[in-house]
Design a protein around this ligand. Structure first.
Ligand SMILES: O=c1[nH]cnc2c1ncn2[C@@H]1O[C@H](CO)[C@@H](O)[C@H]1O
Ligand SMILES: [Zn+2]
Length: 442
């Protein structure tokens, strides 16, 4: 199987390599990129391929990576808004989740995959329940998923053992499946919903199994205050005591990181932790503004995430890129903070690196995960600077074609891997039935 894409404006995101190629070609053989180059002299004409895509009028770039989602929560899009995080979780979200079924999570996940395909996201890191169902949805949709089970034990050892066993089963059953598109992590939920020793144990299990860890950390000021009151230190230092941030053996992914001190940032830089910045969720729940420019200056690898659809309320990383840039500028009162190219790097290179080292950059030998962004549109006229266009003017709905692992998932706006109408219909049925079951009993 080979695919040749030609006449594209290629944004490789390869710092040491090709950079941008105004009129380029890219050859895919099986699931890998085998060649990439300049086509202004029609060099691609001598290459034969099974499928040829003429990408004139489009940007070819690495697919985006969404490093923090709860995919099953797409069913709860718009279910509870305009609330503070703790009240939102305790009075609305957790009671609804208590009624979730496997079928709900399957269709919620499939709907999430569909939305990601339509808006340019080729890979994501998830933390939720019924993860077999999310894995099945990822298998069908053709994208790349790094799946963790959201473990919550509230200091209860017996519950903790069960939670660890459930996550372990996910790792055993799915790690490396679907030609490596499905990978797994351990997902201790947060430092204020899991105790320190449990989080330490989940890190040990992850190292034993050779997979990463994914956690929420310092999302709210309330968490910071609670940790200081109960343990005399912030969540980052509390978990450093069990060596949680050590990335020598496995990747460590920390979502939110809004209330990080300068010392926390230094520690993350030194340890090599990947941060998932979720600006829209942080704004919607009024959690605060994460110090992203400071993190980048300190050398922390920062990626982008949407969080679940109940706190965003979509999975559109183009919106997230623009919001990230704007929020940093207003947060630091500096218009030069978080410039466009740095944001694109977060959504591609940095996110890709934590999911699969062979993704996030278009270069020979990497996996063939990429998108075509349509620029024959009013909102793309003119394009002076491609990064500025992608962050400030482009929309998720401008993504016209997606290839993951060498397979075309969407071509010229047509999704090839599922019946869209059917998926939306089923997801809607599941969502309304779930809301009905979650109503308080009289
Ligand atoms: O922003 C958030 N902060 C903390 N928890 C969250 C957030 N969004 C979703 N969940 C919750 O995390 C668990 C995942 O396993 C779920 O209970 C989900 O509702
Ligand atoms: Zn979350």
């Amino acid at each position: 199987m080979s695919i040749l894409i030609k006449n594209a404006y290629i944004v490789t995101m390869d710092k040491d390599g090709a950079g941008e190629i105004e009129n380029g070609f890219l050859l895919i053989e099986n699931n890998l990129i085998s060649k990439i180059g300049d086509n202004s002299n029609n060099a691609a004409d001598s290459i034969s391929a099974g499928t040829v895509i003429d990408a004139k009028g489009a940007i070819l770039m690495p697919g985006l990576s969404n490093t923090h989602t709860h995919l099953g929560m797409t069913l709860l899009r718009g279910y509870a808004d305009d609330m503070a995080l703790q009240a939102w979780l305790e009075t609305k979200i957790w009671p609804a989740e208590a009624n979730l079924t496997a079928e709900d999570v399957y269709y919620g996940s499939l709907l999430g995959c569909l939305e990601m395909i339509r808006s340019g996201t080729t890979a994501f890191c998830d933390m939720y329940f019924f993860m077999d169902e999310t894995a099945k949805a990822v298998e069908k949709a053709g994208i790349r998923g790094c799946l963790s089970y959201g473990m919550i034990e509230f200091g209860d050892e017996e519950k903790g053992n069960k939670e660890l066993a459930t996550n372990e089963k996910l790792v055993r059953d799915w790690q490396g499946k679907a030609n490596g598109r499905i990978t797994t992590m351990y997902g201790p939920h947060a430092p204020n919903t899991c105790c320190q020793s449990f989080i330490g144990r989940s890190k040990e299990a992850a190292e034993r199994d050779g997979v990463g860890v994914h956690i929420h950390v310092l999302e709210t000021e309330a968490e910071l205050n609670q940790m200081k009151e109960n343990h005399g230190m912030c969540s980052v230092h509390h978990l450093d005591a069990v060596d949680f941030w050590n990335t020598e053996k496995i990747p460590v992914l920390a979502a939110h990181c809004v209330w990080m001190s300068d010392g926390d940032i230094k520690l993350f830089a030194k340890k090599g932790v990947t941060v998932s910045h979720n600006p829209i969720s942080n704004m919607k729940l009024a959690s605060g503004i994460a110090p992203i420019q400071k993190m980048l200056d300190a050398g922390v690898s920062v990626s982008l995430g949407t969080d679940g659809c109940a706190s965003n309320n979509n999975l559109n990383l183009f919106e997230e890129m623009k919001t990230a840039a704007l929020l940093q500028k207003v947060g630091t009162m500096s218009p030069t903070a978080l410039p466009a190219k740095a944001v694109v790097e977060m959504a591609t290179v940095n996110g890709g690196r934590v999911i699969d080292k062979q993704t996030g950059v278009l270069k020979a030998g990497n996996k063939a995960d990429m998108i075509l962004v349509d620029i024959q549109k009013a909102n793309a006229t003119p394009v002076f600077d491609v990064y500025s266009h992608l962050v400030y003017a482009a929309a998720g709905s401008d993504v016209k074609t997606m290839i993951v692992d060498g397979k075309i998932l969407m071509e010229n706006y047509k999704v090839l891997v599922m019946d869209e109408e059917e998926v939306m219909k089923k997801a809607k049925e599941c969502a309304f039935s779930l809301a009905e079951r979650a109503k308080p009993k009289k």
